[in-house]
Design a protein around this ligand. Structure first.
Ligand SMILES: NC(=O)c1ccc[n+]([C@@H]2O[C@H](COP(=O)([O-])OP(=O)(O)OC[C@H]3O[C@@H](n4cnc5c(N)ncnc54)[C@H](OP(=O)(O)O)[C@@H]3O)[C@@H](O)[C@H]2O)c1
Length: 327
């Protein structure tokens, strides 16, 4: 794919480190703000990116890319993704796909109409450990409980406490613990079980934003809880899946899934699994994106979009249940 990256922040710096190993990706352009021009030029030189732009319109007219990677703060995903699709470009959007469910549905409609590829960059759905865990799930028998905790004290929370509100804590910009960190747990659970019957979110709210919270998903015979915090830490990010015949413990947070252990119901360790094929969590998703785009695999995209839609629906229900307004 011929890729244009929008953004030059933390995740773009992280992503660029794997691009040397993405054999079918050409870094055609990077687009950012005027205030970040020096950073954009540095990244261009370091990673041999074709061109720098501080205006998306100009990039669309001037540069020859087929796919846009939207890696800006959450509230900007929709606008950039929409403009890209309207101009005939495929889109890979960072998580969360959009702030509002209606925005997601609009993007999906445009992509379907134009037969373009629209995908969410969400690491766990592509990791080999996750795919293997999915296959092992029936071994747990009747799945009773899932508990997934990803809590990481954020340096941006210090700024928030000091009165400076960065996008990750700004309700108008689609920030908060659910959107930023707990979303990985939501993807993890929804990727296994689909849409739940009911959703309830119990957030800790400071200055109109959820700095941490507990999300409860009721699947009838399976109950799931997703915990996410940016105002406090859990030393070990952990997910436990409990069935009447066994238990799986995922080691590390749900965006990385560094390994998982399978136990029988008497807590005897049966197997330790680590089949992730590349050290960086973003590699497997981008290799798959390369293939989807190369093959123009619209059927595969439709499945991925259904998953993202289910996640967006859960988020929408969660925010409503807590009377939280974002965006
Ligand atoms: N997949 C993952 O593992 C992962 C991890 C972290 C974050 N993310 C997601 O990635 C996205 C970005 O997060 P981040 O941590 O990289 O944020 P960040 O460090 O704050 O970077 C945001 C970038 O967007 C740029 N930007 C802001 N407004 C723009 C505009 N109008 N046009 C072009 N560029 C603009 C910013 O430029 P200025 O600095 O000049 O404002 C900055 O370069 C978020 O949606 C987040 O949820 C994903």
């Amino acid at each position: 794919m011929k890729l244009a990256i929008i953004g030059s922040g933390m995740i773009v710096h992280d992503f660029l480190t794997i691009t040397k190993d993405l054999k079918n990706t050409e870094l055609t352009a990077i687009i950012g703000t005027k205030r970040s021009l020096d950073t954009l030029q540095e990244l261009k030189a370091q990673y041999q990116i074709g061109a720098v732009y501080t205006d998306f319109e100009t990039a669309l007219l001037d540069s020859d890319f087929d796919t846009v990677y939207v890696a800006v703060p959450n509230f900007l995903h929709y606008g950039f993704a929409k403009k890209a699709l309207e101009n005939g470009k495929n889109v890979i959007s960072e998580k969360p796909f959009t702030v509002k469910y209606s925005e997601f549905l609009d993007l999906k409609r445009i992509a379907l109409e134009k037969r373009l590829i629209l995908l969410e960059a969400i690491t766990n759905q592509y990791l080999q450990n996750y795919l293997d865990l999915k296959k092992k799930l029936p071994e747990l028998g009747d799945l009773k409980l899932i508990e997934s905790n990803y809590s990481q004290y954020s340096s941006r929370y210090d700024a928030f406490e000091a009165g400076k509100v960065l996008p990750a804590f700004d309700p108008k910009k689609g920030g908060g613990a659910l959107m930023d960190i707990n979303i990985y747990n939501v993807h993890f659970i929804v990727g296994l079980l689909g849409r739940p019957q009911s959703v309830q979110y119990l957030p800790n709210i400071e200055r109109e934003i959820d700095t941490s919270g507990i999300l409860m998903l009721d699947y009838g015979n399976t109950k799931a809880v997703a915990i996410g915090a940016k105002d406090s830490a859990s030393p070990i990010g952990k997910t436990v899946l409990q069935g009447n015949k066994g238990t799986i413990v995922v080691n590390g947070p749900t965006n990385v899934m560094s390994s998982f252990d399978v136990y029988d119901k008497d807590k005897k360790l049966l197997e330790k699994v680590d089949h992730n094929i590349y050290p960086h969590r973003m590699y497997q998703e981008f290799v798959e994106f390369e293939q989807i785009i190369q093959k123009n695999d619209l059927v595969g995209v439709a499945q991925r979009l259904q998953h993202s839609e289910d996640v967006m629906w859960v988020v929408d229900q969660a925010l409503k249940s807590a009377d939280l307004q974002l965006g």
